[in-house]
Design a binder for this molecule. Sequence first.
Ligand code: NAD
Length: 477
Amino acid sequence: MQHNFIANAAVPGASGRLIDVIDPSDGQPFEQVQRSTEHDIDQAASAARQCLEALWRHTGAQERGRLLMRLSAAVADHADELAAIEQRDCGKPTRQARADALALARYFEFYAGACDKLHGQTLPGTQDTSVFTWREPHGVTGHIIPWNYPLQIFGRSVGGALAAGNCCVVKPSEDACLSLLRVAQLAAEAGFPAGALNIVTGYGHEVGDALARHPGIDHISFTGSPRVGTLIQQRAAERHCPVTLELGGKSPQIVFADADLDAAVPAIVNAIIQNAGQTCSAGSRVLIDELIYDKLLDRLGAAFEALRVGPAAMDLDLGPLIRASQQQRVWDFLSDAQVAGIPLVAQGRVVDSAPETGFYQAPTLLRDVPPEHRLAQEEIFGPVLCAMPFRDEDHAVALANATRYGLVAGVWTRDGARQFRLARRIRAGQVFVNNYGAGGGVELPFGGVKSSGHGREKGFEALYGFTTLKTVAIRHG
Ligand code: NAD
């Protein structure tokens, strides 16, 4: 049984109630975590506040950087262990789980180096007044983390917050707590003071809501669904607490007739099957120049048919979905497609040895999806790629922008002028041209527009979000 992690100690939840942890590969429970309540959030927020006032506020940026660097090394040293935990807890194929653990190490490394590069400015004052700005931490930051990339999202959110001098209270998803509880232990061993990093597990509507309402939380970073993002923002608005929201997308891959299809096809496939399509930046729509529509669909179809799905430990192209309700959600979308007569081009295959009790879904390619259909509008969060043709550049841009989301777009064309035009005209936080996420390391700011959210995490930009600006004017004349 796992406990909460508060002030560098394993602490049982106040309610004494537990949540079963299910292995998505076989649907069986194998561990339990605390079903915490607002009492536990209160305890964690107090521990964080105490640490902030007594210690962390007075810890220099260089020292915070050294601690983060030690934690980065510890995570890298424990990458296999963390990957094994993540594989069982989230159903991630081995290589993907290990990549997540190494990405976490890299986040801490990046923010370790960034700590003492966060400067204010000197502003023009008057002859007898000097004016400058300081970047100060918010204080105690709350982090609500989803289940799809616990290690990575923890890294980009908590890494930036600690670097900027905040103390953190983290609420992982009830479906994916285990790796983060282990990372918190590693942080304590690396020398982070008691209270700098606290983890409280439990259900979103209970303990997540308590975190969003808590008066001792000075900033909230949330990654998850738009519905819950709205709730968090409403809660935070009641006490004017700033929030960063990352709420997913319906990201288009736009393929022009002059594109290098040898480069595009594997990238388009990977962008929808990575983590079984449960990725905020999944390229879930492919918009194809009508001149090459059938040709590209043939190639994508062949690639889909070769894909294999199975238990995470088999390390195939795809593992299972996170839970039964997510599997049902994908099935509902696919049955809607059938009712609407949307043609299925190709599907991968779930291997015969996959347990029937696991939450598997074969990757599926659909064509001629009407742009206004919910399959083309809503985030499915499963390995379902929706194809549709476009006539010309204006039509492609109109389709790309025709959802409530604006997270990522991929553009595939050799025409340099068109690359720039599309990058300008697409409403999204990120536009990738002739790649999809290449170079999209921890250094690059990441976030959305429209219903994909607001604020930026990753990169140096995150440090601005995790600080507040104080302007100081000193009259000395
Ligand atoms: P969710 O938004 O319900 O959960 C995300 C986090 O918010 C979890 O930690 C959860 O416990 C917490 N939460 C839930 N209700 C809460 C509340 N009332 N107050 C405070 N915290 C709360 O997401 P989900 O149910 O796990 O997945 C549903 C859909 O959300 C998915 O199908 C997908 O479309 C989307 N999603 C997006 C991302 C992303 O990276 N943008 C990640 C996960 C899920």
